[in-house]
Design a protein around this ligand. Structure first.
Ligand SMILES: [Fe+2]
Length: 229
């Protein structure tokens, strides 16, 4: 089975990563994760890829991840899936935006998610995981071979925990859940900076020293005769 095709675009003043995800490189339907800014650029990218956006998925509702939700949803007609307890941030965006950013348009999402759901969108099987700590309702979207994990885990770093609802012990627990749940070669498409893998972060991320001691090396790959890397 081919792995999903993920195209990432760093948008806006804080270079948030928005991802256009489809089941394979020939698929004509896609989901878009965290359209944070530059809606025209994202819509042009979807058109250039020849895909129709079937859904907008949000990992969390910090302004840099949701600034282009309204224009993208309007242009595509795609329903928006929002973390349940962060919905008030999307429906009243500008009340939460720091000075100097925006303006952004609020949006009333069609669906809310709490984690634990399974979505079938654009031919993708998507598992929704509750991964709080950076923000109180943060979600991670798992697709075959990869996770779209917003601001949970970065290449050599982790999401900040000093914003409202942030908590390090909670974030560490969320990261531990991802490490325990998915194979080490799972690709991590984060909300900022470059792509990495769960194994690489488990082994080298300086913020995960304590977690390393508690979480065993990579979850074994599926199937007999394979060895964990
Ligand atoms: Fe964030």
């Amino acid at each position: 089975m081919s792995r999903p095709d993920v195209r990432s675009f760093s948008v806006g003043p804080v270079q948030e990563n928005c991802h256009i995800v489809r089941a394979d490189p020939q698929a004509t339907r896609a989901v878009i994760v965290d359209p944070g800014d530059e809606p025209e650029r994202l819509l042009d990218a979807a058109e250039a890829l020849g895909v129709e956006i079937e859904a907008v998925l949000l990992t969390h509702c910090h302004f840099d991840h949701i600034g282009a939700v309204a224009p993208v949803a309007r242009a595509t007609g795609a329903p928006v899936y929002c973390p349940e307890i962060e919905r008030p941030l999307l429906t009243d965006v500008m009340s939460w935006v720091p000075p100097g950013f925006g303006p952004f348009e609020s949006y009333d999402p069609e669906h809310t998610l709490a984690g634990g759901e399974r979505l079938s969108l654009a031919g993708l099987d998507i598992e929704v995981l509750f991964t709080p700590g950076h923000s109180p309702g943060h979600l991670t979207y798992a697709i075959p071979g990869a996770v779209l994990s917003g601001d949970v885990l970065f290449q050599g770093s982790v999401g900040r925990v000093d914003l409202p609802g942030g908590d390090w012990a909670t974030l560490e627990r969320s990261i531990g859940t991802l490490l325990a749940r998915f194979p080490g070669d799972t690709v991590v498409y984060p909300g900022h900076m470059g792509v990495t893998t769960l194994q690489r972060e488990r082994d080298t991320n300086p913020f995960l020293a304590e977690l390393r001691a508690r979480v065993p090396a990579a979850a074994p790959a599926a199937g007999p005769g394979t060895t964990a890397r």
